[in-house]
Design a protein. Structure first.
Ligand code: GLU
Length: 382
């Protein structure tokens, strides 16, 4: 396989890329300090990618490793409360570092701290993904990490591999790159087994891949290969390509174009199709929104559903839940994730979006169902 050609083509096709930076790359393992020069080199890669029209989201680890060092805590033996305290100290440094290196290129860095709940709970999922999308529209680079200061054992990812895959799913990214201390998946752990072979491509995950992944290796990363395979499962399910590659070199993205190897995980569908299938097929609809003919035509033309076009609201639902959308004759037009609760939808239906604030007392979203959150029947694969 010619890695240079394959990597270049796949990178060229990507429009929205999530880059996950492992702790071992961000923090010098011996000195416990930030690897500034490497970060600047990564930033040069990010500038390059943005110049070719790509949107970039960073998911960066390193808060705990940095903070633990500053507080004098041994990063390999931290208790939960130690990691919470370490993250509080380290996250400031992490955010500041990105602000500085991206700012030097005139790019706004935006800090987003997520908990497991933000990706599992529908309402919070919708909020987090809307914020991320708004940041991208405004040309900023979101820098995401887990909110380790408030996350407790039961409600925490604990690793940024899966978090990055969830973020990729949230924003319908088409490419997730896990920059790691290893250049991909091997048939066995290469640090133990000299006969292990590098895997270049996975199109379907199987038990075999989980076996290959073994257990965690690096003392700095909570991840190891298992969480990367789990991330691949999430990303592939969301129609997002994923690459595990080494970030040990400077300009790791440029290195990929020049032929550095990695393991590509290639899903059979794309993010748009997967998301629409998820909305249309997986989620249980909690209510029915009936729309007038004007709204029906607007939806068919690819627009969002505004409260003005709604004539009735049935069922009980919370924000971010799935609902059916039907026309005046009761035929289903499609399904979508609704931005208001059933009580709110009842009072704002038929109203222009500008009137929402007066009625509800706060300014919510203009759309009742955003077009990105809507799947029309017959348009499932569009
Ligand atoms: N969220 C953790 C941190 O910033 C990293 C988790 C991981 O290593 O994947 O320190």
């Amino acid at each position: 396989m010619n890695f240079s050609t394959v990597n270049s083509e796949r990178l060229m096709q990507a429009r929205r890329v999530v880059l996950k930076i492992g702790s071992a790359l961000f923090v010098d393992q011996e000195l416990g300090v930030l690897r500034h020069q490497w970060l600047e080199s990564l930033c040069a890669d990010i500038v390059d990618m943005r110049e070719t029209g790509k949107e970039i989201i960073i998911v960066s680890s390193g808060a705990i490793a940095l903070g633990a060092r500053q507080l004098g805590i041994d990063p390999s033996h931290v208790r939960l409360e130690d990691s919470q305290a370490s993250a509080a100290v380290g996250q400031i440094q992490l955010a500041h570092a990105y602000q500085e290196v991206l700012g030097a290129h005139g790019i706004s860095a935006a800090q987003i701290l997520l908990t497991l709940d933000d990706s599992e709970n529908r309402r919070r999922y919708l909020n987090a993904s809307n914020t991320l999308l708004t940041l991208l529209q405004n040309d900023a680079v979101p820098v995401v990490n887990e909110n380790d200061t408030v996350a407790t054992q039961e409600i925490r990812y604990g690793d940024n591999d899966r978090l990055a895959a969830r973020v990729a799913q949230m924003v319908s990214a088409d490419c997730l790159i896990l920059l790691s201390d290893i250049d991909g998946l091997y048939t066995a752990d290469p640090s133990i087994d000299n006969n292990s072979n590098h895997i270049t491509e996975v199109t379907e995950l199987s038990d075999e891949h989980w076996e290959m992944a073994g257990g965690p290796r690096s003392s700095h990363a909570s991840g190891g290969m298992r969480t990367k395979i789990d991330a691949a499962r999430i990303a592939m399910g969301a129609g997002c390509r994923m690459l595990i590659t080494s970030g040990r070199v400077e300009r790791p993205i440029q290195a990929l174009r020049n032929g550095a190897r990695g393991t590509w995980f290639l899903p059979s569908s794309n993010p748009q199709t997967s998301r629409k299938q998820w909305i249309a097929g997986t989620l249980k609809p909690r209510g029915i929104i009936t729309v007038d003919d004007g709204a029906k035509a607007a939806l068919a033309a690819g627009r969002s559903l505004l409260p003005a076009g709604v004539t009735s609201v049935a069922g009980e639902f919370g924000r971010g839940e799935a609902v059916r959308v039907t026309d005046q004759s009761g035929s289903e037009l499609g399904r979508g994730l609704i931005a208001y609760t059933s009580d709110e939808a009842q009072v704002i239906m038929g109203l222009r979006s500008e009137a929402i604030e007066n009625i509800l007392g706060y300014r919510g979203r203009d759309e009742l169902i955003h077009r990105n959150d809507l799947t029309l029947i017959g348009h499932g694969s569009s």
